[in-house]
Design a protein around this ligand. Structure first.
Ligand code: GDP
Ligand code: IMO
Ligand code: MG
Length: 427
């Protein structure tokens, strides 16, 4: 299949980076289409870890083109830092392409993200403070600065001349914060512009041309369904569309050109930041999941909240993104559990619900309906075929597929490339 979307089905950190890197061996292009440096995708090759925030997880293959699409909000300092870090590890970054239409994260975006969180106090969202929300707000408010403006020195200065006084007024009058200096920003950003210019192009025509020539493209989602601005647990969400529909607007590739959608499902569930999490385990089970899974955020280092797999959420992700196959990750983290639970439905006042409640007040009241599975209690990280998995593990996976209505495509039993069991050739 030539156009495949990889999307997160839960609250992020499902292992999208690992799955994209694995599939990228057979792809010509890997594209990020939304989000920004709030993403933290870890790819492990021969035991070496690469932490990616803006660079697509195809970067480790010399022949794969990596594209940062128009729907991404680009922090120039972060992308350059990542490119330098990759180069210093001997990875060629010369084929990276950055959309001239992507919006640029500015210093006031990061500052306002942080100041807003402080103002929200106990109602904070728990953002990554990377300026993601404020940058998308400016895009919608039509006061954003795009990459094509960044690399045009005159245009950049002229836009900033209008925008910065507006931002400084807000900083001073609303947040009681010192204003930002025009010249300092122009100086800093002109350095970034000079370095980034060679990578900037019209990625829309590039991607559509590649598809027309029969090339294989992977669209790498960041964040996940339950963090989607429309479909997630609003307002505890991010500011973009991580669902597969995000590809149309975030990469300029029409929905009818997508051949396959893969939903990445962590075998249990985690969440970073605030907001509802029906299957959260605020007990010894949650602690064990966090310890066994080393569940600490890549971007912020925060401990991740942990709980049992919520198949209702995965089923919802399947509907929203049209998921063809699941890539189940981190099954090995459950190796030492005597008992494993899966939420297969929500009950509200004794009645089974057919949907995920929009109201957070109602969502907070739902009772997860659990099915209990016997743990397999043996290490599975060295297993390389589905048939060799313990029957108790297969039972768990097969029930997951049954409840969500989505077929099993991949089962991952460790972070490395070879720790991947393929049930369906995807690309
Ligand atoms: P992403 O944001 O969805 O790309 O996920 P993260 O990279 O933030 O978190 C997933 C973590 O799990 C990373 O450290 C991966 O290397 C690791 N990982 C991915 N798949 C597996 C797996 O099957 N087993 C184990 N033990 N680790 C995995
Ligand atoms: P990957 O791609 C997990 C969460 C933040 C916060 C909310 C809003 O690695 O799966 P933002 O900074 O986006 O405005 O924060 O979204 N969040 C993530 N959680 N994984 C991510 O990315 C996330 N990106 C944002 O913790 O709750
Ligand atoms: Mg992550």
């Amino acid at each position: 299949m030539s156009a495949v979307v990889i999307t997160g089905t839960q609250w992020g950190d499902e292992g999208k980076g690992k799955i994209v890197d694995y599939l990228a061996a057979r792809a010509d292009v890997v594209v990020r289409f939304q989000g920004g440096s709030n993403a933290g995708h870890t790819v492990t090759v021969n035991g070496e870890e690469y932490k990616l925030r803006l660079l697509p997880s195809g970067i480790l293959y010399p022949k794969t083109k990596c594209v940062i699409g128009n729907g991404v909000v680009l922090d120039p300092a972060v992308v350059l830092e990542e490119m330098d870090a990759m180069s210093s590890r001997g990875i060629d970054v010369s084929s990276i392409k950055i959309s001239n239409r992507a919006h640029v994260v500015m210093p006031y975006h990061k500052l306002i993200d942080e100041l807003n969180e402080n103002l929200r106090a106990e109602n904070k969202i728990g953002t990554t403070k990377r300026g993601i929300g404020p940058c998308y707000i400016d895009k919608d408010d039509r006061i954003g600065i795009r990459v094509c403006d960044l690399i045009d020195r005159e245009e950049f200065a002229s836009k900033l001349k209008t925008i910065l006084p507006m931002k400084n007024l807000i900083l001073e009058k609303v947040y009681n914060h010192a204003p930002l200096d025009f010249d300092a920003i122009v100086d800093e950003y002109s350095g970034y512009a000079q370095r980034l210019e060679p990578y900037v192009c019209d990625t829309i025509s590039l991607l559509n041309d590649q598809l027309d020539c029969g090339k294989k493209i992977l669209f790498e989602g960041a964040q996940a369904t339950m963090l989607d601005i429309d479909y997630g647990t609003y307002p505890y969400v991010t500011a973009s569309h991580p669902i597969s529909g995000g590809v149309g607007v975030g990469a300029g590739v029409a929905p009818k050109k997508i051949d396959c959608v893969v939903g990445v499902v962590k075998a249990y569930c985690t969440r970073v930041g605030e907001g509802p999490f029906p299957t959260e385990q605020l007990n010894a089970i949650g602690d064990k999941l966090r310890e066994c899974g080393h569940e600490f955020g890549t971007v912020t280092g925060r401990p991740r909240r942990t709980g049992w797999l919520d198949a209702c959420v995965v089923r919802y992700a399947g509907q929203l993104s049209g998921i063809d196959y699941m890539a189940v990750t981190r099954l090995d983290i459950l190796d030492s559990f005597d008992e494993i639970k899966m939420c297969v439905g929500y009950k509200l006042d004794g009645r089974l619900l057919n949907e995920i409640p929009a109201s957070l007040k109602i969502l907070a009241r739902v009772e997860p309906v659990y099915e209990t599975f016997e743990g397999w209690r043996e290490p599975i990280s060295d297993i390389r075929s589905y048939d060799e998995l313990p029957s108790k593990a297969k039972k768990y996976l097969e029930r997951m597929s049954e409840v969500t209505g989505i077929g099993l495509g991949i089962v991952s039993v460790g972070p490395n490339r070879d720790q991947t069991i393929v049930l369906k050739e995807i690309i």
